[in-house]
Design a protein around this ligand. Structure first.
Ligand code: Z5A
Ligand code: MG
Length: 222
């Protein structure tokens, strides 16, 4: 086996208002501080967010989420997936050069939000097959009551209690399947604690990976 290590791919998933973006940013800063200081190239860590609303596809997704456009359920699902595929080679390149990649949401959100509309789990999963697979997925779990206390739901399309309840069910199914299939590690985190405590729990799971990983980059469900 080659002694060269690649970067680790860490995904943060979770329910609405569970603090994914807050924790992704804290984790990014901690990873940067924990490693060599200074302007190193390649970067030690990068943070990606899905949907990435800056790309041409991302702009269509943004308009849909803000209810400025309507799209067939299949079509929007494929756009979310395409939004990941347009970054797949970038993720692979970062990992290969030793950079840790953090993603705020990923394929699992894609499956959960479309399957709850009634499309089959298998159909929802199909376009995600072959994407770079996370080495670790941190699932931020939070009760609807605690999430509601964090300012209530916003104005975007899926920010409704009934949607979030259904999404929670699909996420449970995905978590169980990931554990049974051995598809990368899926760790559930209690996101109802305060920000610092949640950050510590995440760090405990991520720290063993920050020095890099031996072995190839896996592909989701392949
Ligand atoms: N979607 C999809 O359908 N298909 C896909 O493939 C993908 C996504 C990738 C937009 O996503 C929508 O796209 C989303 C899923 C769908 N629809 N919904 N719902 P987004 O990622 O852009 O959504 P968002 O706007 O970032 O919301 P969010 O992710 O649900 O929030 P969050 O990132 O988990 O939480 P946060 O912004 O970090 O924190 C929320 C608030 O709580 C904020 O005021 C924090 O200061 C506070 N907070 C955070 N942590 C704590 C703790 N520990 N204690 C107290 N308060 C806290
Ligand atoms: Mg967020």
């Amino acid at each position: 086996m080659s002694s060269t290590k690649r970067g680790a791919f860490v995904v943060i998933e979770g329910l609405d208002k569970s603090g994914k973006s807050t924790q992704a940013s804290l984790l990014h800063d901690r990873l940067q501080d924990s490693q060599d200081a200074g302007d190193t190239a390649p970067p030690k860590v990068v943070l990606l967010k899905f949907p990435d609303r800056t790309t041409a596809i991302g702009k269509m997704i943004d308009a849909y989420l803000r209810s400025e456009s309507d799209l067939d359920d299949h079509a929007i699902h494929l756009l979310f997936s395409a939004n990941r595929w347009e970054l797949a080679s970038t993720i692979t390149a970062y990992l290969t050069q030793g950079t840790t990649v953090l993603a705020d949401r990923y394929a699992f959100s894609g499956i959960a939000f479309t399957a709850r509309k009634g499309l089959s789990y298998e159909w929802c999963r199909a376009p995600e097959v072959g994407l770079p697979a996370p080495d670790l997925t941190l699932f931020l779990n939070i009760s609807p009551e605690v999430a509601a206390a964090r300012g209530g739901y916003g104005l975007e399309r899926y920010e409704r209690e009934d949607v979030q309840t259904d999404v929670r069910r699909v996420f449970d199914k995905i978590g169980r399947a990931m554990q049974e299939e051995g598809e990368g590690k899926w760790v559930e985190i209690d996101a109802g604690k305060n920000k610092e405590e949640v950050a510590e729990d995440l760090w405990r799971a991520v720290e063993p990976l920050v020095t890099g990983i031996h072995g190839p980059i896996n592909r989701l469900w392949e």
